[in-house]
Design a protein around this ligand. Sequence first.
Ligand code: KIV
Length: 270
Amino acid sequence: MKRLTVPAIQRRKVDGATAKPVVMLTAYTARMAQLLDPHCDMLLVGDSLGQVIYGLPSTVPVTLEMMAAHGAAVVRGSYHSIVVIDMPFGSYEASPEQAFASAARLLKETGAAAVKLEGGAAMAPTVRFLTERGIPVVGHVGLTPQAINILGSYAARGRSGAEADKIVSDAVALDQAGAFAVVVEGVVEPIAIAVTEAVSAIVIGIGASAQCDGQVLVTEDMLGLFERTARFVKKYENLAGVIETAVKSYSAEVSARSFPSADQTYAPKD
Ligand code: KIV
């Protein structure tokens, strides 16, 4: 199986309709990438790794070094999906030139194909600067977690008419600047549908609408590794429960000296 390309993903949307929705999940490690890769079109090395892997309170403290290390691992663990790496907070907002230096570093050090950055119309000049210089960009509008200190909470966005209009016009600005895809996160459904209809970019929903061109979730959320998740997360498994059961058995067997048994013990050769 050959690795998908950005133009191949773009071609999925014809006259505003995407016959084959784009399947995207987050991945931060090589092993998880191996497991997800055959079933996904795109793997996102999300800066959500700050909370999921590092136990940080938000994505704000995530660094370019963290993104580069996990991005390289995910590229090593995949051969089919497009790997997209989040630009961490502080690595791209100051200027298009700063964004180019950070994005180029991520692509060179990891082998990923594209970067994702948060923000609407204000980031459009940066998106244009990157795409004109050979860097495919995924935008991110609606609930933008890197702006938590401005937003104050992770609640759904776009409940007022003005905010709804702004989210749609932000997505249009990113589309016109050349973003090949736009993540729309945590918005009331009509906004997600309006964005999907308004832009030619692939719109990837998370807490948005099944009418988007594709969907993304944080893998650890959908596998049930965390008890508390956003309302929009569907838990397809209860991995926390599976791990607890396995670790309880291990602990009991170690305590009872029944592990390791003969099967897991090297006998001396005669
Ligand atoms: O960081 C991340 O995982 C993301 C997704 C939630 C879209 O940006």
